[in-house]
Design a protein around this ligand. Structure first.
Ligand code: IPM
Ligand code: MG
Length: 358
């Protein structure tokens, strides 16, 4: 198989972690006789510095012409004072929108080897943590109107949060279908006691529920969900929620599994071309020090193999290689534990790539 991958290193630790994922993809290519070609794409702060905007049209076109896109992270303090529509994050949002990637999957799974790293009590962790956050990615307040105006001498800011039935329905289907392949349970998270968008969300989810009678379904308010994720995460299988709630809950979900550095994500729309990125940010405080955990990005590449290229065996090989290095006690600083061996970002990438080849 030959696949052309648009690679967006981005900012901060982005280039370091992406390089490790490419090592792993190359190892997969060598072992299973696939050819992966890469084309570097500037997006985020690096694109602002080079081209004056976070996602130049020519860069977007490279992504649209690829078979799939791999991203490190964007953003950093250097660009924090820019106006909202010129910030690095705007490039990422514009890319998600232009590629039509409404469906964002963020698996929160506790690796048994990392049990120690979870901040939760043993009694909670022992029940297991293995759920996926299905986040609506191109609607809601992220893409509603943003406005700051002066009213009676003071500034007033407004962010609009629109959702249409169709936007809710299509992400709902993704969640119910994901549940069928897992443990058959959907929790839809909203704020239906306050928000109109959530009341519509709930109504559409209930309509869908009738189409999936084999799936267990429950509604949960977002404040309660935030609490339940730390109180009893084992109750969740598939959480489906709107864009901003999903942003917040997926960070929380990652932390209970031990390290945000471990969590990959896939973003897909109607076709097979997706965007794959770790859910963490650009970590400017450790950028350039070869310290970051590349596993979230490496597992994102595994998700690309599975969802965009339909290569389940290759994806499983990457996950097994990650499990092996963790089993061997290799850790980057974020998940370091007593008795383990501290390795750099690039050593972690080498170790995982070597396990693929073996
Ligand atoms: C994420 C990030 C982004 C988001 C930022 C960088 C715009 O936090 O992917 O979770 O809010 O979607
Ligand atoms: Mg986030």
């Amino acid at each position: 198989m030959e696949k052309h991958i648009a690679v967006i290193p981005g900012d901060g630790i982005g280039p370091e972690i992406v390089n490790q994922a490419l090592k792993v993809l190359d190892a997969v290519g060598a072992k299973y006789a696939h050819t992966f070609t890469y084309e570097e794409v500037d997006m985020g702060g690096v694109a602002i510095d080079k081209w004056g905007e976070p996602l130049p049209q020519a860069m977007l076109e490279k992504c649209l012409a690829s078979d799939s896109v791999l991203l490190g992270a964007v953003g950093g303090p250097k660009w924090d004072t820019l106006p909202g529509d010129r910030r690095p994050e705007k490039g990422l949002l514009a890319l998600r929108k232009a590629m039509g990637l409404y469906s964002n999957l963020r698996p929160a799974k506790l690796w048994p080897q990392l049990r120690e790293a979870s901040p939760l009590k043993d009694a909670i962790v022992e029940q297991g943590i293995d759920f996926v956050v299905v986040r609506e990615l191109i609607g809601g307040v992220y893409f509603g109107q943003h406005r700051t105006e002066t009213v009676h001498g003071q500034q007033v800011a407004t962010d609009v949060m629109p959702y249409s039935e169709e936007e809710i329905r299509r992400i709902g289907h993704i969640a119910f279908q994901a549940a069928r392949k897992r443990r058959g349970k959907v929790t839809s998270v909203d704020k239906a006691n306050v928000l109109d968008t959530s009341r519509l969300w709930r109504k559409v989810m209930h309509q869908l529920q009738a189409e999936y009678p084999d799936v267990t379904y429950q509604d949960m308010l977002v404040d309660n969900a935030a609490m339940q994720i730390v109180r009893c995460p084992s109750q969740f299988d598939v959480i489906v929620t709107e864009n901003m709630f999903g942003d917040i809950l997926s960070d929380e979900a990652s932390m209970v599994t031990g390290s945000i550095g471990m969590i990959p994500s896939s973003s897909l729309g109607e076709g097979t071309r997706g965007l794959y990125e770790p859910i963490h940010g650009s970590a400017p405080d450790i950028a350039g020090q070869d310290k970051a955990n590349p596993i979230g990005t490496i597992l994102s590449a595994a998700m690309m193999l599975l969802y965009s290229f339909d290569l389940p065996q290759e994806a499983a090989a990457v996950e097994q290689a990650v499990a092996q290095v963790l089993g061997d006690g290799l850790r980057t600083g974020d998940s370091m534990a007593p008795g383990c061996t501290l390795v750099s970002c690039s050593q972690m990438g080498d170790a995982i790539a070597a396990r693929i080849g073996s």
